[in-house]
Write a protein that binds this ligand. Structure first.
Ligand SMILES: Cc1cc2nc3c(=O)[nH]c(=O)nc-3n(C[C@H](O)[C@H](O)[C@H](O)COP(=O)(O)OP(=O)(O)OC[C@H]3O[C@@H](n4cnc5c(N)ncnc54)[C@H](O)[C@@H]3O)c2cc1C
Length: 591
């Protein structure tokens, strides 16, 4: 089936569902006019649709190959990556001083979505590079920025993130990789990292590994971790030639999905020690890494959106072609296309509404990050920072859970053909499954939400966001339209449930009932996700603007569907959260 990037939907979500007007009104990016954004996205979509998307299935079959420490990527990847580099897509939001174009990150997040949707395995290479750019831009010395940023921005060099070790997964502080200071100020890095995405490959000239390690003598745990730049090739200061560093890929993981993304076991310093350069301050590595991870978390959320979109498109097409069964009304004896069966139609609408809602949450998250990082007014920066902090775990978890859910529903729409690999929808499901796991599992994101994010100023971030939702609900109720009034009533009811649960969680926190807080974490995140999703879909429904081929009614019906079929679960989630008991230990004792 031919895939087409949903550029119109993306632009609608940006401008009418998310708060893109805040970026425009900030006047921080005067060169950013509407035509420019649209042209940019349509151009990037050409690369996604014509060069990357056609590789998705064949690359999944071919996978990557490790030979003598060198990884070869699937046929076609090198050429598609070259196109991406030649057209400078990586430079869009980079700092101007180092070859970037200085546009908001929101735009590059949208471009990244195009790569995610067309081929998730391929998209991971530019995504990880983006993370390395963030970390070096924020924490690098002037020399480091000059040395690494220009080529990372173009994509001639790619970046990786090396945290995980066999005993150090979610608990990064348990890492064993060591760093010893050399007389020239560099460090010798020794250790093994596992699951390193694009740890080695043949698409870029050099790979800039960002590696977490403990400097000899540093404290145990999180406070003794430092971050290092460890390039695959290092420039010899005398000859100016690039020489291979003491590191290599010693294994490739055999995985459930994203087969074409090489997931490497990396060995650093087997011979003399891999040469590394401290990024940021000694023992402050985790803070530096979090700069990279926050960016990556949003982009992983966008992977959920991308895979949901891909699966939705394919399922929609299939349901319009596959004939099976008679019309439920008995109006004809002929077989009908399965989309005519209300159960199939409802599944498709559910897929569509979840996909659009998660896209809008991620975009508004990106907008909040841009304004938090760039606004000139301290107070306004602070306000957006609160929003960005709140939305990041929601984007990462809710959108990636939606990716899995929608991909699974896509298989269901295809019936038996969905389970057969040739169709391609099974691949979407396999690929989607990693996103809730990496960049901090969704469980860890939910814990972040109910501990750190909830506590900020006694729930202020949540209150501010609920105020935005109340504004949307007010606008719906002013519409003098039954559908909109229903949406408003359901939104108000969900807001009340979020408020009740927030109060409960804050009470438990004060009473030190941590087990109850943590037990409710994922339900609270889901409650928040569906409430936010309904808010953004309602904003879309309220908009006077429209995408082509779509009536205003369609947007209103979609928001109404979400509100009556999905948002109504807020009551059940709230009830589950509030009835959590501290006595869960009894359960463990029975084992
Ligand atoms: C395909 C793939 C690509 C990856 N790419 C990279 C990469 O490029 N760089 C990199 O550094 N890593 C990468 N990873 C590693 C990934 O980030 C980790 O797998 C992830 O952080 C989880 O760690 P773990 O696998 O050790 O699971 P564990 O930490 O063992 O977690 C197992 C379960 O326990 C839960 N859990 C763990 N600790 C807690 C806690 N404190 N509270 C509550 N629940 C908890 C988790 O939510 C999870 O459900 C990749 C992994 C895969 C599979």
């Amino acid at each position: 089936m031919t895939f087409a990037s949903p550029v119109k939907q993306m632009i609608f979500a940006l401008k009418e569902m998310a708060n893109y007007s805040d970026i425009v009104e900030s006047e921080l990016w005067p060169d950013l006019d509407d035509n420019f954004v649209e042209t940019l996205l349509y151009e990037a979509a050409k690369l996604a649709d014509n060069s990357i998307a056609p590789l998705n299935q064949s690359a999944d079959k071919a996978g990557s190959i490790l030979n003598n420490g060198n990884v070869s990527t699937a046929p076609g990847f090198k050429e598609a990556y070259k196109e991406l580099v030649n057209s400078s897509w990586g430079t869009v939001s980079g700092m101007k001083e180092y070859g970037g174009q200085g546009f908001p990150k929101t735009i590059s997040v949208m471009i990244q979505e195009l790569w995610n949707t067309s081929c998730m395995s391929f998209s991971l290479c530019p995504m990880l590079t983006q993370g390395a750019i963030e970390a070096i831009s924020h924490h690098g010395t002037e020399n480091q920025k000059k040395e690494y940023l220009p080529k990372l921005l173009t994509g001639e060099w790619s970046g990786t993130m090396n945290l995980t070790e066999p005993q150090a997964g979610s608990d990064v502080g348990a890492l064993k990789t060591s760093a010893k200071k050399n007389s020239d100020g560099s460090y010798s890095i020794k250790g093994t990292k596992i699951y390193i995405t694009y740890g080695d490959h043949d698409m870029a000239e050099n790979i800039i590994h960002l590696v977490l390690a403990r400097i000899d003598g540093a404290p145990e745990g999180n406070n003794g971790i430092s971050l290092f730049i460890v390039p695959k090739f290092i420039k010899n200061q005398k000859s100016n030639e690039l020489e291979k560093n003491d590191l290599q890929c010693i294994g490739l993981e055999n995985k459930l999905g994203i087969h074409a993304s090489p997931t490497c076991v990396m060995s650093f310093g087997e011979k003399i020690g891999a040469k590394g350069f401290l990024l940021g301050e000694e023992n402050r590595g985790l803070a530096c890494m979090f700069t990279m991870m926050n960016n990556a978390r949003l982009n992983v959320g966008m992977q959920g959106v991308g895979i949901a979109e891909r699966s939705l498109q394919q399922s929609f097409e299939y349901s319009k072609e596959r004939k099976q069964g008679r019309h439920y009304s008995g109006k004809s004896k002929n077989s009908v296309n399965i989309i005519e069966h209300p159960d199939v139609l409802k599944t498709l609408i559910k897929m569509e509404s979840l996909t659009q809602a998660s896209r809008a949450i991620c975009y508004d998250n990106a907008i909040a990050i841009d304004l938090a990082q760039n606004h000139k007014d301290d107070k306004i920066r602070e306000k957006y920072q609160l929003k960005a902090d709140l939305l990041t775990p929601i984007s990462k978890s809710w959108a990636t859970d939606i990716g899995v859910k929608v991909a699974s529903l896509g298989i269901q729409i295809h019936g038996g053909m969905g389970f057969i690999e040739d169709t391609g929808v099974a691949q979407h499901y396999r690929d989607s499954r990693i996103a809730p796991i990496y960049e901090g599992t969704n469980g860890i994101q939910a814990i972040d939400l109910v501990t750190r994010k909830l506590k900020i100023s006694d729930g202020l971030a949540i209150k501010n966001f609920l105020d935005e939702i109340k504004e949307t609900s007010k606008k719906c109720s002013e519409k003098n339209d039954n559908g909109f009034i229903k949406i408003a009533n359901n939104l108000n009811a969900a807001i009340v449930e979020v408020e009740i649960c927030t109060k409960k969680l804050l009470e438990w926190t004060k009473e030190n009932k941590l087990r109850s807080v943590l037990f409710s974490a994922s339900d609270y995140l889901e409650l928040f996700g569906i409430t936010a999703g309904s808010h953004y879909l309602s904003r879309g429904a309220l908009s006077e603007k429209n995408t082509e081929n779509e009536s205003l009614l369609a947007r209103k019906e979609l928001a109404l569907f979400f509100s009556t079929q999905i948002l109504v679960n807020s009551k059940a989630l709230s009830s589950s959260i509030c009835s959590t008991s501290e006595n869960l230990g009894n359960f463990l004792e029975d084992f």
